[in-house]
Design a protein. Structure first.
Length: 263
């Protein structure tokens, strides 16, 4: 009886029906985006923020809320993965890059607070295209050494990208790949970095009002997607051609960047 009453009520109230449909559709796309982003990060070791921020600005009410949700989800995804590889973590290689990250991300988040959504989306589009071109054309030739100078420069770049766009992984990954000799060590230090940096940024985003009830509700929609993405990523990790997957992601980033700029 309750279901019949609800259906009749929605039919008589077309506005409420359209709102209900929109909310369910938005929830589905948030779930799907979280699942895909989690899968990409589990297979490649990074890329969650890059992938999901091509979608969230269109699903969340404001750009600021999109970055807050991206940070929460990245924190959860990386925390789950870290639990399985923490024994390989060499925490000494985190100090310099994390401290530099803290300084630059603080000012980047303040900039986001005072900038309109349209400008931020255009900047995001340009950055997505530049990142994709970099990884497609120059990533194999790029090498960073585990010294203080590289930690400061890449930590600063990571902080800016994390604060502005919720995607601080690419710059940090260049450093982690150079200072870790095993893939388990690389995966452990990368996930640990994403956990502590997202905790740090979430604190300031909450202080500036980016964390809203909408972010909390959207987080609940995305949680099952995070878990499913991790499980799928674990199953195909040994079978999938990672280089092919990365190229697909980079071309997707170029298209998504163009859409952000034009739209």
């Amino acid at each position: 009886m309750q279901k019949i009453f609800a259906c009749r009520f929605l039919k008589k109230n077309s506005y409420l029906c359209s709102v209900f449909y929109y909310d369910m559709l938005t929830a589905f796309f948030i779930f799907l985006s979280a699942c895909a982003g989690s899968f990409v990060q589990r297979v490649c070791g990074f890329g969650f923020g890059i992938f999901i921020m091509t979608v969230l600005p269109y699903l969340m009410p404001t750009y600021q809320e999109a970055t807050a949700l991206s940070g929460f989800l990245s924190l959860l995804q990386s925390g789950i993965v870290l639990c399985s590889v923490y024994k390989h973590l060499n925490i000494k290689n985190l100090y310099g890059i994390f401290l530099t990250f803290c300084v630059f991300s603080f000012f980047a988040i303040k900039f986001v607070k005072s900038t309109d959504d349209g400008s931020l989306r255009v900047i995001l589009g340009v950055v997505l295209i530049m990142l994709a071109l970099y990884f497609l054309l120059f990533a194999k030739r790029a090498a960073a050494r585990p010294v203080l100078g590289w930690q400061i420069s890449l930590g600063g770049l990571s902080g800016l990208m994390g604060g502005l766009f919720g995607m601080h992984g690419p710059a940090a990954v260049v450093y982690f790949l150079s200072c870790e000799k095993t893939k388990e060590g690389y995966l452990a230090i990368a996930q640990a970095y994403f956990v502590i940096t997202n905790i740090y940024m979430t604190f300031f985003r909450a202080e500036y009002g980016f964390v809203t009830p909408t972010v909390g509700i959207s987080l609940l929609y995305a949680l099952p997607g995070i878990v499913i993405g991790i499980l799928l990523g674990q199953r195909v990790f040994a079978r999938i051609n990672q280089q092919t997957l990365k190229k697909v992601i980079y071309f997707y980033m170029i298209v998504a960047g163009m859409v952000q700029i034009v739209g």
